[in-house]
Design a protein around this ligand. Structure first.
Ligand code: SF4
Ligand code: SF4
Length: 472
């Protein structure tokens, strides 16, 4: 990280560390009026954000086998990922998934910095690519916004502010609806929307509460969600190192900053201290002060500086994606061996998680011998053990479950019914006897293999032990 330079005296200071860019000397919030970016990164981000919104608003409508592709129903502790349902008993997989996810974040951030924040984070996408665009459309670019903020409340200001905030609330309302669709499913959301309010009071209230939260975040809280609240942002200090790829100012090339007179021998670097990069920053920071936690990697300053470099006839890239080491050594950022290694590790983590998801069984059964009962003698030649079975059905169909014994030549007797009925996306339980010929038992504990069938389809195999009277 570099310090800021006082241009007149050419001495370095790092007083920017003493205060937040968005607070004034009294500790009051300074509203960030960010200039509208323009340039190749902004164009690319605009295009990608359209795809992003299509995915965000489209996914809740995607159903696979009568089940949403994704559902995060924290209220019912029911999660659906890629059409596969997860219940609390899948805690192991979710735990593994969490570890894999955290590992992925650590590796990804160490290699690529805040690439996620700038390009894929919902907060950045909605704030910069939706709400701020609406703001530019209604109030104009930053200088006009500043003027509007300063001017008295005349009819023009009342009109513009009203239209903006009504639109902001409508957008927040739409986002809140889709956000809730990810929690309860689009079909339940449709019921809340189409049926009388009295029948869905809590659902309706949730929509309003989330609309209010989103409106509050995008209309008022804004960049502070990233700079003050976001835990991922707070972690940057420990996840980044000098080889991480970040949006960085090339201080070797740019300093000392200042405008060189055309005739004079240039004492200055390429930075003309125009502040275009600062004025465009949505978090209000000066990237020339080095990597800062407040930088969300939105690339607006890259575009702003590239435009200035084009105008003054200097090469682009004074601000660019780079690592501290690549700037210190004057090199262009390369896809280094370390990045390749981290990418490979991230890929491995994703593969392992995908494997776990794909090979996950639709039916989970737990079998335990009934406590307090050892075995029963059946007639003169057979022994039985009593078991309890609990089954979780993760499919969207009802499963009539039967159990068969493999190898040992015995029989299964399900108590009270010919099969165990397991409701769709529900649980079933029952008790059954395993009856074995006494001559097959040569020791006190014999291993038996029980095969679970949904009609003729094998859905699981469970190994358990069978107790008999023969001592070892
Ligand atoms: S936009 Fe470029 S030239 Fe202007 S102040 Fe920022 S770094 Fe310097
Ligand atoms: S410093 Fe640059 S990349 Fe970082 S938030 Fe500001 S404009 Fe975006």
């Amino acid at each position: 990280m570099i310090a800021s330079v006082n241009n007149k005296k050419n001495t370095y200071t790092d007083d920017f560390r003493d205060h937040l860019a968005t607070l004034d000397d009294q500790g009051k919030r300074k509203w960030v009026f960010a200039n509208k970016p323009s340039g190749k990164f902004y164009r690319l981000r605009t295009i990608l954000s359209l795809g992003y919104f299509v995915v965000f608003f489209g996914l809740p409508f995607v159903y696979v086998n009568d089940r949403p592709l994704f559902l995060f129903n924290v209220i019912k502790a029911k999660f659906i990922l890629f059409g596969k349902i997860f219940w609390p008993q899948d805690f192991f997989i979710l735990g593994l998934g969490m570890i894999a996810f955290i590992l992925f974040i650590i590796l990804f951030t160490a290699a690529f910095g805040r690439l996620f924040c700038g390009w894929a984070c919902p907060q950045t996408n909605f704030m910069e690519m939706m709400f701020r665009k609406v703001e530019y459309w209604i109030e104009g670019d930053a200088p006009k916004q500043k003027m509007l903020a300063r001017q008295s409340w005349n009819s023009q200001k009342i009109f513009k502010k009203s239209v903006k905030h009504v639109l902001f609330f409508v957008l927040s309302f739409v986002i809140a609806n889709f956000f809730i669709a990810y929690i309860i499913g689009i079909k339940e959301l449709q019921q809340i929307i189409t049926e009388p309010v009295g029948q869905h009071l809590s659902g309706f209230a949730s929509i309003l509460v989330f609309s209010g939260i989103f409106y509050g975040v995008y209309a008022h809280f804004r960049e502070q969600a990233c700079t003050v609240v976001c835990p991922y942002g707070r972690l940057q200090g420990v996840l980044l190192d000098k080889n991480s790829m970040v949006v960085a100012y090339d201080y070797k090339r740019g300093e000392p900053r200042g405008l060189a007179k055309k005739t004079a021998e240039s004492f200055f670097g390429d930075c003309i201290d125009c502040h275009a990069c600062v004025k465009v920053c949505p978090t209000g920071i000066d990237i020339r002060n080095g990597v800062q936690m407040e930088c969300v990697g939105c690339t607006a300053c890259i575009d702003a500086c590239d435009n200035i470099m084009d105008k003054i006839g200097k090469p682009r890239g004074l601000i660019r994606y780079a690592s501290e080491n690549s700037i210190a050594n004057g090199e262009q950022l390369r896809y280094t061996g370390r990045m390749k290694l981290y990418t490979a590790l991230c890929g491995m983590v994703v593969l392992i998680l995908s494997f776990i998801l794909i090979t996950r069984k639709d039916v989970d059964a737990t079998i335990m011998r009934t406590p307090g009962i050892l075995y029963q003698t059946r007639g003169t030649d057979s022994i039985s053990n009593l078991y309890n079975i609990k089954v979780a059905n993760k499919t969207t169909r009802q499963i009539p479950l039967t159990i068969q014994l493999e190898d040992k030549g015995g029989i299964i007797e399900i108590i009270g019914k010919p099969f165990i009925d397991v409701a769709k996306e529900g649980q079933g339980s029952g008790s059954f006897f395993v009856v074995l010929p006494a001559n097959k038992l040569h020791r006190r504990k014999t291993n038996v293999k029980l095969v679970l069938y949904e009609r003729s389809k094998k859905v699981g195999v469970i190994n358990t032990s069978f107790l008999g009277p023969v001592s070892e």
